[in-house]
Design a protein around this ligand. Sequence first.
Ligand code: AMP
Length: 186
Amino acid sequence: MPSDAATTGAASTRAATAAIDRLSRVVPDFPQPGISFKDLTPVFADGPALRLVTDALLEPFADAFDVIAGVEARGFVLAASAAYASGSGVVMIRKPGKLPRPVLSENYDLEYGSATLQVHEDELPKGTRVLLLDDVLATGGTLAASCRLIERAGWSVAGIGVALRLTTLDGGANLPGRDIHCLQEV
Ligand code: AMP
C-alpha cells in the first residue's frame, strides 16, 4: 500500500502529464530539418496547466533544496513559477553575454548544434542546494553543463526536474547519478 505522500505524488504527476499531453504541440523540422520540436509554450500559457506542472515538478523534492535554477529561456518560466510556489529564489543559467557580473562558463553539445551557458559565480553562498528545472531533456547536454556550473560555483545539485524527456535520445546517460524527475516521456 503506497503512503499518502506517494499517492499524492503519483496523482500530481498524472494530472501534470495529462495537461502536457493535451496542450503541448510537436513542430516538425524546427529549428532545423530533422528536429521534432516539442513545444510546451501552450502549457505555460494555460494557468491551471502551469500550476499542475509546477506542483508536480516540486513534489519529489520538497525540503530537499534551497534555491531553484532555470535554464534560459523556457526553464526560466518553470523556475520562477516553482520558486514562487515554494517560497524560494531563482538562479538564472544564461546564454553568453547576458549576465553583467563575473561568470562561470560551460560549453556543451545539444541535439542541434553546440552552445555555452553561464552563471554568476557568486550568486549563492557555498553549499546552497539547487533544484534544476528545464522544459525538455533531449541529449542531456544542457542539464549536464548546468550541473557542472552549479558544482563549480560551490553549490550542490539537489535534483533535476523536467516536463518532458525524449526517449529517442538517452539524455540520462549524460547525467549519471543525478536524481531526475520527468513528468512525461515521448
Ligand atoms: P539537450 O541539451 O539536448 O538535452 O537539450 C535540451 C534543451 O534544448 C532544452 O532547454 C530544450 O528546451 C531544448 N531542446 C532540445 N531538443 C528539443 C526538442 N526536440 N524539442 C524542444 N526543445 C528541445
